[in-house]
Write a protein that binds this ligand. Structure first.
Ligand code: SAM
Length: 239
């Protein structure tokens, strides 16, 4: 019997090795990060739609700095936090961002210290209780709701379309795809889907990196149809 999207998404997340790879093989994650949306098209959309130019911006879970590199030069102040020393070690120089080692659900900044909070591919990796605590912390660090002129928390995640999601068996043309919990449980609105691509230096590296992270089924799909680049549809959401 055909499985629902929610069942497929849950099964994929159990098989995939995102957390292990970014914790134990950060150099492999760095190769993945270099491949995804190399021109930062989704980061540019996020920067424009959130009007973050000149603002005090907090980035949570910066990893090796994909989003940081693309948006920090536009912010008035960009503070990036990341709990993994290995990720930070592989990220290199992220100036003009100020980078700190910390978890997003426990930060030492004063209430209302930031105008915008941004994240790329962080929220869906967190267990729901941690995600809830992290979003509560975001609310504390922003000005009170009533004083905001619009959405202040902006995130990038994978949309439910495109070849990369097909490789993961996570195409959801009808619904919100993987970001459904962010929409239905956490009040995010999908603002824009950005068509871009994931581009590796060659097919062998794509097979190594994606096979290691996504698991045997994705690896078998790449063996059957080797590719160095895939269409990648990214979703910019805000709340
Ligand atoms: C999939 S990676 C994305 C990294 C980066 N944002 C990017 O776009 O490449 C998820 C990141 O979230 C970080 N992370 C995990 N738990 C976290 C937490 N509680 N607070 C902040 N960051 C966390 C991980 O260490 C990892 O760097």
């Amino acid at each position: 019997m055909a499985r629902s999207f929610t069942e497929r998404a849950k099964a994929a997340r159990q098989l995939e090795r995102w957390t292990q790879v970014y914790r134990d093989q950060p150099e492999l994650f760095r190769s993945f990060e270099r491949a995804e949306d190399p021109q930062g098209l989704a980061a540019q959309v996020l920067a424009q739609r959130s009007e973050l130019g000149g603002k005090r911006v907090l980035e949570i879970g910066c990893g090796t700095g994909w989003l940081t590199r693309h948006v920090a030069p536009q912010a008035g102040l960009h503070v990036a936090v990341e709990p993994s020393a290995e990720m930070l070690g592989n990220g290199g120089d992220l100036s003009p961002a100020h980078v700190l080692r910390a978890r997003g659900e426990r930060l030492r900044f004063q209430d209302g210290s930031f105008d915008r909070i941004v994240m790329s591919w962080v929220l869906l990796d967190l267990r729901p209780p941690v995600r809830n605590r992290l979003l509560q912390e975001c609310e504390r660090l922003l000005p009170p709701q009533a004083q905001r002129s619009g959405p202040a928390i902006w995130v990038i995640e994978n949309a439910g379309t495109g070849e990369f999601q097909a490789l993961r068996d996570l195409v959801d043309g009808e619904g919100h795809g993987e970001v459904t919990p962010l929409v239905e449980q956490h009040g995010f609105t999908p603002v824009e889907t950005v068509p871009t691509w994931m581009r590796f230096p060659d097919e062998a590296e794509a097979r190594l990196v994606l096979g290691t992270i996504l698991g045997v089924e994705a690896a078998a799909r790449l063996d059957a149809q080797p590719r160095a680049s895939l269409e990648l549809d990214l979703c910019v959401l805000a709340r």
